[in-house]
Design a protein around this ligand. Structure first.
Ligand code: HMG
Ligand code: MG
Length: 307
């Protein structure tokens, strides 16, 4: 059976856009439940400015309480974020840039070239156990500048690929890509000689195309490193208006497993993992499998609480 790797990003990408404050204990329980469902690698939080993303202001409290066996990833945007992450022992570090300068200007207060230079400078001092990921956002469309030229995407990916990064995660930040777009980019990356083993795909699911995009990527090559997704399809970026949640991990696991690709994830446990968070948010997530399974239980919990 072919195996497909999944990077769960729910505790970071899934929660960063939520206005309802979620207690650190609830986040920890969410992360433990995700681990128990068989997800070994989870992006747990961000060391970004708490003024920019208040929901993740508790990153330095959360990280030291994580189970040591978890392969926990954190997102950092600048030197201050790296310093805060290192101070609590985080060493799987994700940094970020984008193919569109209009996006980095709103999301990071830096031009694209500044963002790329900053991201790569954060990778320079690599510790012996470190693992490194670079996000390249807006590889299809930018919420501010529209369609992003393929040449800009390839130039950014080339610059990032020349670094020590183990992983490059390509973000369909606002979930506009179609399988045709993915085929074009995937084939261009292979033509450029970018090693598919370093490439992760990060699809948001605004228009319901994310799962089709995963399958199209797999159709072009089965050698990609893996796919990012978020439990219950939570997610979005506060600086990417119009973006819906990430591809729901439940939907990804369901489809891959049914089609004979092993994920190592127990779908029932996974569906239960996000229930406390969904109840906290008093709504269901947009992921169709996740919300379908979780919604009836969550609705019952809400009705019981209201009685
Ligand atoms: P800035 O305002 O230009 O920063 O923001 P600054 O250096 O001028 O600092 C302003 C204040 O923030 C100062 O505090 C700093 O100390 C503090 P003050 O003196 O005013 O009290 N500060 C920090 N505090 C804690 N941690 C830090 C930090 N840095 C500065 N790391 C900055 C620049 C990069 C900080 C800001 O723009 C930022 O935090 N941006 C992050 C936004 C974000 O998290 N977006 C969502 C993640 S990206 C995403 O979702 C896309 C992705 O999923 C892939 C995809 O879907 O495509 C990854
Ligand atoms: Mg994202």
């Amino acid at each position: 059976m072919t195996a497909v790797r999944i990077r769960e990003v729910g505790p970071r990408d899934g929660l960063q856009n939520e206005a309802t404050p979620i207690p650190t204990e609830t986040k920890l329980a969410f992360i433990r439940a995700l681990m128990d469902s068989g997800l070994p690698e989870i992006e747990v939080t961000s060391f970004v400015s708490p003024k920019w993303v208040p929901q993740l202001a508790d990153a330095a409290e959360l990280v030291p309480q994580l189970p040591p066996e978890l392969r926990a990833w954190v997102l950092v945007p600048n030197a201050k974020g790296l310093e805060r992450a290192r101070a609590v022992g985080a060493y799987r570090i994700a940094v970020l840039t984008a193919a569109s300068s209009a996006f980095t200007e709103r999301n990071l207060n830096m031009t694209r070239d500044e963002a790329t230079a900053t991201a790569l400078s954060l990778l320079a001092e690599r510790g012996p156990n470190d693992a490194q990921r670079v996000y390249v956002s807006t590889v299809f469309d930018c919420p501010y500048a529209g369609r992003v030229p393929l040449a800009d995407v390839l130039a950014t990916v080339r610059a990032v690929a020349a670094s020590s990064a183990d992983e490059i995660s390509l973000g369909d930040t606002i979930g506009t890509a179609t399988p045709g777009d993915v085929r074009e980019l995937a084939q261009a990356l292979l033509r450029e000689g970018i090693a598919p083993q370093r490439i992760w795909w990060h699809f948001h699911d605004t228009r319901g195309t994310a799962l089709a995009n995963v399958y199209e990527a797999l159709h072009v090559s089965s050698d990609w490193a893996g796919f990012d997704s978020s439990a219950a399809g939570l997610g979005g970026c506060p600086y990417a208006p119009g973006a819906a949640g990430n591809l729901a991990t439940e939907d990804l696991v369901y489809a891959l497993e049914r089609d004979g690709m092993a994920t190592g994830v127990n779908l029932d446990r996974l569906a239960r993992a996000s229930e406390p968070i969904l109840a906290q948010l008093l709504r269901t997530g947009p992921g169709s499998t996740g919300s379908g399974r979780a919604s009836s239980r969550v609705q019952r919990a809400i009705l019981a609480a209201e009685r």
